[in-house]
Design a protein around this ligand. Structure first.
Ligand SMILES: [Zn+2]
Length: 107
């Protein structure tokens, strides 16, 4: 067994398990219930973890996880946008203009 990924968000860990299994890599999630206890115990002890059954799959598993994380980062690191209505520069994480409420041009 080898630990290949851990994250506070259980749905993310579960999603990655699905990706690995789809690629023929046997794996399991540990600490599944952990995220419910977050706040009561130190984070490092409660992260849901993704383990692969066979260490020889580690290179392949890490490549899949790396691709996934790059996609995730691309989605979350939105660039700032300029409101077409009032001209205000809005942080890329907002879907609406904080100043006038107009929607982002990206939707
Ligand atoms: Zn605006």
């Amino acid at each position: 067994m080898m630990l290949v990924f851990e994250h506070l968000d259980f749905t993310l860990v579960g999603h990655l398990r699905g990706l690995l299994e789809a690629d023929g890599i046997p794996c399991e999630v540990r600490n599944e219930a952990a995220s419910f206890m977050a706040g009561e115990v130190p984070f490092t002890q409660v992260f849901p973890e993704l383990w692969i059954a066979d260490d020889r799959d580690a290179t392949r598993a890490r490549a899949i996880i790396r691709d996934f994380r790059e996609q995730m980062d691309a989605k979350t690191s939105n660039e700032d946008w300029t409101c077409a209505k009032c001209g205000e520069v809005v942080d890329g994480n907002f879907a609406e203009c904080w100043n006038c409420g107009a929607p982002s041009p990206e939707g």
